[in-house]
Design a protein around this ligand. Structure first.
Ligand code: FAD
Length: 437
């Protein structure tokens, strides 16, 4: 176990800035921007990565899990949920980091394919000397504060042969939250005789040939996959819980029908929608999102995951009782993720070096409580705690903490793209959007 934890002296121009030893869990986009920010602040960084590649979500993996709904606790977990044809759901102009624009080489489309994103992340990691900070094939299995007075954190990691323990001053959790599927719940689901799959285990449309498919969901994966399988499937019924969805055939396809939520499913293969329609289907595809999961984190109940809420977290990052030495990157979604994680990472790095400050534990707790209270008063379900609804206030706030600004072009691109895709009712044709600045 390492014992080299004492804060080491820093250069004269950083007299008050301690140099800490920091563990980063995960070498996806978040772990990499965090490693860069910590390194820039002079901290010593170890990035733990359970796989043999960097890139996280963007490292396409053709394998799927043995249980297509991913409910079997003994299954081998595949991290990435990408399908082979996946293209970004945000335009490339919104895929760069705040000070490192998205690549202009390779796939030139406004919504490039996943390989282009991986290429971009690899280029970033190489350019900033981050690859050498990564311990590949090192799965973190335990993170625990072992000395609260001196803030020492134990990180236990394993690979196929060995396990090792090491002490750190701080831990930044960047393990991603698009791996553990959330499955739709409806009466009769378990006894329904057809095949059920979660989008996490969808790669290619071939197995859907000539099938009648019910797709559950309303997000980008549900729309993309419905369009893709409609080329080979007999019929696709898209079931959405959104009250705005009208029961109708899609204009752009002859075989995609929109329906309400599933009410129940019968043992004879029928799927019954709340709108009264009944279809006899072969496959139900759950495009119903993912759950936050931190199986390695031992905090004695200080940090919990409840109905899609990771909490309590001040500004979605610091648990008031354990911050700043424990922090989380990339918890919020429905935002310009790459810019958000960059600002979050820089803020964490600066708080750790004492260049940015955190309010007192009580003040942070009060703010988190107020946030939850406001949600309750508005009747907002807990699972929307980290949904930023593409509002930029949070990014503006973060940028301000690190002395940066959200670029005007980001605002403009986001506004125009949202207007085209959503207010303009073009969500099924959103990839036809072309920037016209
Ligand atoms: P990840 O990329 O998931 O990386 C986490 C890393 O942590 C992985 O490498 C994993 O192996 C590692 N890890 C996990 N647990 C451990 C452990 N215990 N020990 C060691 N290592 C561990 N975002 C966009 O901006 N635009 C898009 O178009 C877009 N499309 C998406 C499409 C799909 C289908 C999905 C699932 C997500 C999409 N996203 C998109 C969101 C995307 O996930 C984020 O942009 C970003 O890649 C998240 O990065 P991350 O580093 O937080 O997580």
């Amino acid at each position: 176990m390492g014992s080299d934890l004492a804060a080491t002296p820093t250069a004269p121009d950083h007299i008050t800035a301690p140099q800490l030893k920091v563990a980063v869990i995960g070498a996806g986009a978040s772990g990499l921007v965090t490693a860069r920010a910590l390194k820039t602040e002079g901290h010593r960084v170890v990035v733990y990565e359970k796989s043999e590649r960097l890139g996280g979500t963007w490292a396409y993996d053709p394998r799927v899990e043995s249980d297509p709904l991913s409910l079997d606790p003994d299954r081998e977990i595949v991290h990435s949920s990408l399908y082979r044809s996946l293209r970004t759901n945000l335009p490339r102009q919104l895929m760069g980091f705040s000070d490192y624009p998205f690549s202009t080489d390779g796939d030139p489309r406004t919504f490039p394919g996943h390989r282009e994103v991986l290429r971009f992340i690899n280029k970033f990691a190489t350019e900033f000397g981050l690859v050498e900070l990564i311990r590949f094939d090192a799965e973190v299995v335990r993170v625990e504060r072992v000395d609260s007075r001196n803030d020492q954190w134990l990180v236990e990691s394993r690979n196929r042969e060995t396990s090792s323990n090491e002490l750190f001053n701080a831990v930044v959790v960047c393990n991603g939250h698009y791996t553990i599927p959330k499955v739709a719940d409806f009466r009769g689901r378990e006894k329904w005789p057809g095949q059920q799959i979660h989008s996490h285990n969808y790669r290619v449309p071939d197995p859907f040939e000539n099938q009648v498919v019910v797709v559950i969901g309303d997000g980008p994966s549900a729309l993309d996959i419905s369009l893709e399988i409609s080329d080979v499937a007999k019929q696709v019924y898209l079931s959405s819980r959104s009250p705005k969805v009208k029961v109708a055939k899609l204009d752009c396809r002859d075989n995609i029908w929109q329906h309400s939520k599933i009410d129940h499913a019968n043992e004879n293969g029928e799927v019954v929608f709340e709108d009264g329609a009944v279809v006899h289907a072969d496959i139900i595809l759950h495009c119903t999102g993912f759950m936050y999961s931190f199986p390695f984190l031992k905090t004695e109940g200080i940090v919990t995951v409840e109905e899609g809420r990771v909490g309590p977290l001040y500004k979605h990052i610091f648990p008031p009782k354990l911050g700043p030495n424990l922090s989380f990157i990339a918890i919020p979604y429905m935002t310009v993720v790459t810019q958000m994680i960059d600002f979050q990472a820089k803020w964490v790095a600066r708080v750790l070096s004492g260049k940015a400050w955190l309010p007192s534990e009580e003040e942070m707790e009060t703010e988190v409580r107020q946030h939850y209270q406001l949600m309750d008063e508005k009747g907002t379900p807990k699972h929307y705690t980290h949904a930023l609804q593409f509002e930029l206030d949070y990014l503006d706030w973060l940028a301000n903490q690190v002395g940066e600004r959200v670029h005007e072009t980001t605002r403009l691109f986001l506004k125009r793209y949202m207007k085209f895709a959503f207010e303009g009712g073009n969500k099924w044709r959103h990839r036809e959007w072309e920037p016209n600045l």
